[in-house]
Design a protein around this ligand. Sequence first.
Ligand SMILES: Cc1cc2nc3c(=O)[nH]c(=O)nc-3n(C[C@H](O)[C@H](O)[C@H](O)COP(=O)(O)OP(=O)(O)OC[C@H]3O[C@@H](n4cnc5c(N)ncnc54)[C@H](O)[C@@H]3O)c2cc1C
Length: 390
Amino acid sequence: MSANAPGQAAGIDVARSDAIVVGAGIVGAACARRLAEAGLRVTVLEREAAPATHSTGRSAAGIRVQFSEAVNVLLSAASLDEYRAMPEAAYRPVGYLFFVPPALWPAHLEGYELQRSLGMPVERLTPEQAARIVPARIDDIAGATWCPADGVLDPHGIAMAFLAEARRLGAAVRLNAPAQAIANAGSPAAARWQVRTPAGTFEAPVLVNCAGAWSGEVGRLAGLEVPVGPARRIVFATGPRVEPRVFPLTVDAGTGFWFRSEGQRLIFGLSNPEDTGFEEGIDWPWLETAYPVGLERFPWFETLDLDRKASWWGYYEVTPDHQPVVGPMPGAPGWFNACGFSGHGVQQAAAIGRVVAAQVRGQQPFVDVSSLSIERFAAGAPAKRESLIV
Ligand SMILES: Cc1cc2nc3c(=O)[nH]c(=O)nc-3n(C[C@H](O)[C@H](O)[C@H](O)COP(=O)(O)OP(=O)(O)OC[C@H]3O[C@@H](n4cnc5c(N)ncnc54)[C@H](O)[C@@H]3O)c2cc1C
């Protein structure tokens, strides 16, 4: 039987396969590709008319191994190995540079030691050394860390390449196919996830929830609580500059203000913790907060002009502890979550595809992702959270 072979269930036409992936962003694409590679007949259901138009197509495209949690270091490092070998990923090792104030320095150094212990080429710099890479005010900076292997990618190119590979292996990618209702048409022990969309009804014993910021909503369609929601992020862009210098992804760790070169422009941003919910569009008033924060650390920003048309917005898909939810859903056999990457999904997607494909087949993933299980929320707020969030 080919993927999407029609069948009959309760009087409706149903296209059956081995696994349904909801969402064709970079995470869904990575999962679809690895599941298809494992021999499963995969159906990808995407709400929009094209893949990768949401968080994936709107990200700042950074990849780094500088995290405080080992699982994040390992997932990014494993993904980086894949992306290096993919022309479509257009990996550019421009580096990530963190300027760190005294209050955060001890914890930041713990992260640095962890990254080094995992073999990552992260360097510890004095404030003066860091300011030679990126000019900055450093009188209140305790130190800096720099990883020259960190860099930027082409998330859209990666997602399209993963989907092309999935298709080549027999996967069906259904666009304009929003999941509108999800039910278990099987039994509590042996599920048959039936997904109703305007493009038809699809059924499989495995469903992978890769719906990004909408993963909580997709969970609710099946009566499941998946703690993932949207948090709007704005990327402001300057006009083209004449200076040829390429700036790394630079983070003022005390405030979270970040910037990097994008072609001849700089792009920059600052998270607004109040900006949760499905608000759309660029929050221009937020510039009045973000820009002065950046100017404080990087006074030379004063010379830059803003290009409103080149700026953009998108959703982070966040969880309460800024760590993704990856793995089987308790009480819902065959249901897997791969969502809530909280701003790190591009850089972790390649590895997550492998992790999810192993979990679906009942195998141990190559990275221990037990800390990303949804069960961590069962006993209230998880004790540990990623602290190097941008
Ligand atoms: C401004 C910004 C900067 C970022 N910077 C970085 C960065 O530097 N590095 C990094 O690693 N990450 C970054 N991220 C985060 C990264 O973009 C995401 O973590 C990643 O793209 C998540 O991929 P995804 O496939 O899970 O989600 P998405 O790309 O959002 O894909 C989810 C898909 O699910 C579809 N969908 C939703 N509901 C349904 C439904 N009911 N039925 C069918 N389909 C549905 C959507 O249409 C969408 O296509 C950034 C994000 C933003 C917004």
